[in-house]
Ligand binder design. Structure first.
Ligand SMILES: [Zn+2]
Length: 489
């Protein structure tokens, strides 16, 4: 009963910049505003000067078509753009050119789905629609939005192409939302339409409610990682209010990622407030089956197809394959590696997968890096597997080589370096042992009668090396010297 009362309902609106486009959605300004001087990539169209006329970027239509096919959506053959009216400093025109699926309007594509896996259960997350729209300008705050004394506006982002993916309210937990976004990120990467590792390329609005109660819309969550956090917080906040006998109200809340709380922005906002109407400055967009087929024919292999192929070609389990293909760069790296050695078979395919998904992945995570940022070459892991399988090094030793491997060093280089270090360590230990023997004639005398006195000498060497010396090696060195000197037999 209690469980049913607390049933969570989540719907997401995921806004993604198509960062792989060269120009903005309706003008020829550069789509890449990152690291540029503020307000240097603007023209009369994207700052909405009177008399300027927008023209649709054809490549943006192609990119949206790619995504619609990858997500199994039904593409609409004809649609108009709409004006979404609102007044805010990030919108010089006073309206945003978007799409609207009411009042005779249509989205870019309807429906579609993404399959997620959580605790080895599969679930289809049904999409409502995807549509294209322009990004507003970027607002720059000093510190947090709530406490900043001023706001700066950078119109370089104004008119950058966004695609919005809207789910049905079918996600049942913050964890499901996380898994859904993981899959979205992967599909976008494989479609080649955007690089979601770029800061600011993603914004998520999340509707969240407890069944039978009003919902909140948490706005502008600026990274996929923050979504789960924000949803968790909002869910707890709603539950706590209900526990205290309060009524939940429909409201828009802001996720403050510094304080990690949601803050009420406004209550009661309805679509009618935006007074949507068709954008008369643009002709209707027509998309025919020939165009869709052309895009489909050129569509790269998607993660789910690739996972099936990995299971077939490399004899990997579904679990391993799904994990391996999630990041296209990792999957490409894997294929480069295992295909570079003709003697590799199922055993080595699995070993390679394990090195990549355990040790390498952990290293990347700890350093917050992607594989492309490192000097690691696919062939280094092939070498590592060979060294282990031929019995030249143990798996335990192999694990200690990972850090040097990430810097691009070959296994033989690393082993040589480690070997030299061992030799130089031995010389140092020998010198220190001689010193200790000379400095402690009384202990040497004791050694003649009681071999246990050697422990005291080892202890002195340990003190001199601040505990760094290997006691086992030190013992052997000292015994050798004492034997040479004829002190012990
Ligand atoms: Zn422009």
């Amino acid at each position: 009963m209690d469980n049913q009362n607390n049933e969570v309902i989540i719907g997401l609106e995921v806004h993604i910049q198509l960062t792989n486009l060269k120009t903005k959605l309706f003008c020829s300004c550069s789509n890449d505003y990152r690291g540029t001087e503020a307000n240097s990539h603007v023209c009369p169209i994207c700052i909405g000067l009177p008399g300027s006329l927008p023209v649709v970027n054809k490549k943006a239509i192609e990119f949206a078509t790619r995504l619609a096919i990858a997500l199994n959506c039904k593409i609409n053959h004809q649609f108009w753009f709409f004006r979404k009216q609102y007044f805010y400093v990030d919108l010089a025109k006073g309206f945003q050119i978007s799409q609207y699926n009411k009042a005779g309007g249509k989205a870019f594509a309807d429906g579609g789905q993404i399959t997620i896996k959580l605790n080895s259960q599969k679930k289809d997350i049904i999409l409502n629609r995807i549509h294209l729209e322009e990004d507003p300008a970027r607002l720059v705050h000093k510190g947090s939005i709530a406490t900043s004394p001023y706001t700066l506006v950078d119109y370089n982002r104004s008119g950058v192409c966004l695609i919005e993916i809207v789910t049905e309210p079918v996600l049942a937990s913050p964890e499901e939302a996380r898994e859904f976004l993981k899959q979205i990120k992967s599909i976008i990467q494989y479609s080649g339409i955007s690089n979601l590792d770029l800061e600011g390329s993603v914004r998520v609005d999340a509707n969240i409610s407890i069944r039978g109660h009003e919902r909140s819309e948490v706005k502008n969550i600026n990274s996929f990682r923050e979504v789960e956090r924000a949803l968790r917080h909002e869910n707890i906040r709603q539950k706590n209010l209900l526990k205290r006998g309060k009524t939940l109200i429909q409201e828009t809340r802001h996720w403050d990622d510094k304080r990690r709380i949601t803050i009420s922005l406004r209550t009661k906002e309805f679509e009618a407030d935006y007074r949507y109407f068709p954008e008369q400055d643009l002709v209707p967009i027509e998309i025919n089956d020939i165009f869709i087929q052309k895009v489909k024919d050129k569509l790269p292999e998607m993660p789910n197809e690739r996972s099936r192929r990995f299971q077939r070609d490399y004899n990997l389990s579904e679990f391993d394959s799904d994990n391996l293909v999630l990041d296209k760069d990792i999957a490409d790296f894997y294929e480069d590696g295992v295909n570079s050695d003709a003697s590799f078979g199922p055993n080595e395919y699995k070993q390679y997968c394990n090195w990549l998904m355990n040790d390498i992945y952990r290293w990347l995570n700890e350093k917050n890096k992607i594989i492309k940022d490192t000097k690691l070459h696919p062939h280094q892991i092939v070498d590592l597997i060979r060294y282990v399988n031929e019995g030249n090094i143990t798996t335990k030793i192999a694990k200690t080589l990972i850090n040097d491997m990430m810097g691009g060093f070959s296994i033989s280089e690393i082993l040589e370096k480690k070997g030299k270090k061992r030799v130089s360590d031995d010389i140092l230990l020998k010198n220190l042992s001689f010193e200790v023997i000379e400095e402690n004639p009384k202990i040497i005398k004791d050694c003649c009668e009681n071999p246990k006195a050697i422990e005291a000498l080892i202890g002195r060497v340990m003190t001199k090396t601040k505990g760094q010396a290997d006691p086992h090696i030190t013992r052997n060195i000292i015994i050798d010297i004492l034997k040479e000197k004829g002190i012990i037999n």
